[in-house]
Design a protein around this ligand. Structure first.
Ligand code: ADP
Ligand code: MG
Length: 731
């Protein structure tokens, strides 16, 4: 019993510190809200009126901040931060590695005469050179400039972690190309603001700004940290590469919305306190479907801030989990046989007059406005479904999509049967001018009915990747470890493009003499006809849907390499160019980074699996087999040839079975090494990723199957890998 598994298991029982890590939470969480954020309220207190207004203008109107104002802001930020014990500052940014990055610099500055002061200036606030030459850049920086720099994003408030002031920033190369998730997101948000505000002039001329909103729901697993450390595959790849499913999994659904275990509750409480201080407005917590799986969700916020908050949350979660002797698993599929984790991205558009554009209103006019944004969103997804699919593609998310627990890789839109009927009615709208009677009928009987319909519309289709849920659309296929920015950049870009096109088409009809409403109805009618094939109300998990979707001409891009290949389509390249989000080179560079990341992930998994199979599984199996052989030999000694055969039957069969599986593993690993070497040698990224996907990855199953079979045969005391039941049911 010397393996890491048993050492880890020994630490579990009777260790009170694991359970009694209780957390003091004030009754009013609101008192903690934004304590560590340079929030609007704090700014009002610390900044001159001029500086405060300048920041607010930057946030609300995107105006530039003058250098002398930046100096004032920097000093105020420093004073505020120092009052909270802060000594360092960092530009906090989100490079394409998928995690967040920071480089801490001290306020401490030596000056003449052997003295020193705490200093922070506008220059330092605005720009920092992280010398981050080893972040992925798809060749952009190598060819042009050696360095990139980070630039302050005043639209997301600065915050404090520990003794460091964190300044949300974007990361760009000296040639102006984006090297992170945030810079393109900000461009997309501007584009959709402009397009939606223009369309809003049909309905309400008071609207001068439209802000997209995002409410994410984050799923995750918690595993005891000692058990985590005992599994090299979890440590190195974030997922288990082998392990037999436990006798009890999620069949009973007894964990879902069940009571939260004390130790987990302590973790959640501390997490919530920390979130409150950081201004992350978390409101919901509950158990998820799989054992030891949980979910957390905040109130929605404007997209840019919500994206930052999700990235920040993923960091904070890991730190706090650690304090409760947990390890947090954000991987999309850490355990085979039970549900994986996703991140639902709820999206809508809000006006500066306080309206939600995807919420039906009280009168027919408001409902026409609702229908406009509703149908345009469906049309955007219809036109650019593959791009949306590519935005959620990753090696880890491939395990989830289409695996009967998450929406399939086929992008479809669910709107509920009642709204579907409204669209069918609208499809009948006459072409061209409408008579007064027709107009009244339409307004009263079709458009006018929407609020009543939605009131009792409890239709909730969990199997759709893109669903309308009352007053927002929900992108359900995002991976749990993903940066929300990627899918949000695509979502807002395609919505912007669609709304822009819609405006042009409606204006053209108005020019031809149609009334505004008639023109809008006419364009929407055509959109409904064009989008019919992407709307699906049935069970997205079923095999029938895959067949049906194919008939409808919808793509089913099952793997990351397939999805990423589509991303390079001419249509998407021009979209990005037209909307000012990415140049061709930027798309190419990002595409390459993602392909390389995909290949690297599979390559690492292959190496870890080979290592565990050869150095942990085979030796343990042979060890047990030797014991069996001893036993058989002993029986033979005692009983003699005839009787022994009968008595040793089971052992003999086990011995054979072990040999067979050991041999399967050995051959599987040899094949895997060979396939890896071939894939590694390919220089073209797309081809290489396809090779890893189609030639390397399938070999994992062969090895896993044999290893999991051995797990069922070998004496529990000799098995080196911590078992699924231990990881999933330790609370
Ligand atoms: P569920 O989808 O789990 O039934 P809800 O419908 O209450 O739960 O909402 C889930 C998420 O949707 C929450 O994170 C919430 O903040 C977000 N949400 C609600 N309204 C909007 C909106 N207008 N824009 C963006 N997100 C929203
Ligand atoms: Mg939801």
């Amino acid at each position: 019993m010397s393996t890491l598994r048993f050492k880890a298991l020994e630490t579990l029982p009777f260790k009170d510190f694991r359970r009694d890590n209780s957390v003091e939470v004030p009754v009013k969480l609101s008192e903690l809200f934004c304590q560590n954020v340079f929030s609007e309220e704090t700014m009002r207190e610390y900044l001159t009126k001029e500086a405060f207004n300048s920041i607010m203008d930057a946030v609300k109107k995107g105006t530039k901040i003058q250098r002398h104002i930046a100096d004032q802001v920097a000093v105020a930020m420093k004073d505020w931060a120092m009052s909270k014990g802060v000594t360092h500052y960092t530009h906090w940014f989100q490079p394409l590695t998928g995690s967040t990055a920071e480089k801490h610099d001290s306020f401490f500055t030596p000056i003449e005469g052997g003295r020193a002061i705490e200093r922070f200036s506008g220059n330092l606030l605005i720009q920092q050179e992280p010398d981050a030459s080893s972040f992925p850049n798809g060749g952009i920086r190598n060819t042009f400039e050696a360095r990139g720099y980070t630039a302050w994003d005043p639209t997301s408030p600065a915050f404090i972690i520990g003794t460091t002031l964190c300044i949300p920033s974007i990361f760009i190369s000296y040639t102006g190309e984006t090297l992170d998730y945030k810079a393109p997101l900000l461009r997309a948000l501007n584009a959709v603001d402009e397009a939606a505000t223009n369309v809003m002039q049909y309905f309400d001329k008071n609207v001068t700004k439209v802000t997209p909103t995002l409410g994410w729901e984050q799923e995750y697993f918690l595993v005891d940290s000692a058990l985590f450390q005992s599994r090299p595959d979890l440590v190195l790849t974030g997922k288990t590469l082998l392990g037999h499913s436990p006798a009890k999994g999620q069949q009973l659904d007894d964990h879902y919305f069940g009571s939260i275990p004390t130790r987990v509750m302590n973790f959640m409480k501390e997490l919530e306190v920390e979130c409150m201080k950081l201004g992350i407005p978390v409101t919901t917590r509950h158990n998820e479907v799989a054992p030891n799986q949980f979910e957390l969700a905040p109130m929605f916020e404007e997209v840019n801030v919500a994206v930052d908050h999700n990235s920040l949350l993923m960091d904070v979660m890991a730190r706090i989990a650690h304090r409760h002797h947990f390890h947090i698993l954000l991987h999309e599929k850490p355990f085979a046989g039970v549900n994986g984790s996703g991140k639902h991205n709820n999206w809508s558009l809000a006006t500066d007059t306080g309206e939600n554009l995807l919420s039906p209103g009280r009168n027919p006019k408001k409902n026409l406005q609702f229908l406009t944004f509703f149908i345009n969103t469906i049309k955007a997804v219809h036109e650019y479904a593959d791009l949306l699919r590519a935005s959620i593609a990753s090696a880890s998310n491939d395990h989830r999509l289409g695996a009967n627990e998450a929406p399939p890789a086929i992008i479809s839109v669910f709107i509920g049967s009642q709204l579907f009927r409204v669209l069918e009615e609208l499809e009948k709208v006459k072409e061209g001018k409408l008579s007064p009677d027709e107009k009244t009928d339409l307004k009263l009987n079709v458009v006018g009915k929407i609020p009543e319909i939605l009131l009792d519309n409890t239709d909730r289709n969990r199997t759709s990747p893109f669903a309308f849920t009352g007053n927002k659309f929900e992108i359900r296929a995002v991976g749990s470890s993903a940066n929300c920015a990627e899918s949000m950049t695509v979502m807002n870009t395609i919505a912007a493009k669609q709304l822009r096109d819609f405006k042009k088409e409606v204006d053209a009809l108005i020019e031809k003499g149609l009334k505004k409403d008639e023109a809008i109805f006419n364009v929407l009618r055509e959109y409904i006809k064009q989008c019919k094939n992407i709307m699906f109300e049935g069970d997205g998990y079923s095999d029938d849907w895959a067949i049906e979707a194919e008939k409808r001409g919808l793509n089913n891009l099952k793997t990351t390499p397939e999805a990423l290949k589509q991303e390079m389509d001419e249509k998407f390249l021009s979209l990005y160019e037209e909307m000012g989000i990415f140049t061709h080179r930027e798309v190419e560079a990002r595409n390459e980074i993602k392909l390389e990341k995909y290949s690297t992930v599979i390559d690492i998994e292959a190496r870890v699996l080979s290592d565990i199979a050869r150095n942990h599984i085979i030796p343990s199996a042979l060890n047990y087999q030797n014991r069996l052989i001893e036993n058989v030999k002993g029986l033979k000694d005692i009983f003699g040839e005839k009787e022994f055969k009968n008595l040793a039957k089971e052992q003999m069969s086990l011995i054979t079975s072990i040999s067979e599986n050991v041999s399967k593993i050995k051959l599987g690993v040899e094949d895997l090494i060979q396939a890896r070497e071939e894939a590694k040698a390919i220089s073209e990224s797309q081809k290489q990723a396809e090779n890893y996907c189609n030639k390397v990855k399938p070999l994992f199953d062969v090895i896993r199957e044999a290893s999991d079979a051995l797990e069922m045969m070998v004496d529990d005391e000799l098995w080196p890998m911590t078992k699924y039941r231990e990881m999933l049911f330790t609370k």
